[in-house]
Design a protein around this ligand. Sequence first.
Ligand code: ZN
Ligand code: ZN
Length: 138
Amino acid sequence: MNRKELAKVLRKNGYKATPQRLAIFEIILSSIEHPTAEQIYNEISKKFPSISLSTVYQVLHLLQDIGQITELKFGNQSSRFETNKTPHVNLICPICGKIEDYHSDNVVKFWSKLKNEFDFEPISQRIDVYRNCDLCKA
Ligand SMILES: [Zn+2]
Ligand SMILES: [Zn+2]
């Protein structure tokens, strides 16, 4: 999924492909950090200084509604957002909150095997593994 494809998906769902919507998607897409709404807001403000945090939230909800981003909720901590929808492991550092994606064919195989065992169609999946990151370990 890139900018052009997202523009198509937005229009197909009856939404305008505004530069702000595309830019917010691109920030999440290009980030390896699973950014929070506040981080996305800080980043997009550099390009669109007049944008408000509530507009950012609206766009995040819209992108979720059309299935292009995933919100990772963490209780009363800030949600994190990602565009990666393939089965993967989120490696989470409980100290600094850093989240890295871990990809493995084994995860994909595990997920498709599991899906075959289910008697229903899963809506989504999420695998979180907690470990202290290299910086926090040091
Ligand atoms: Zn850490
Ligand atoms: Zn992830």
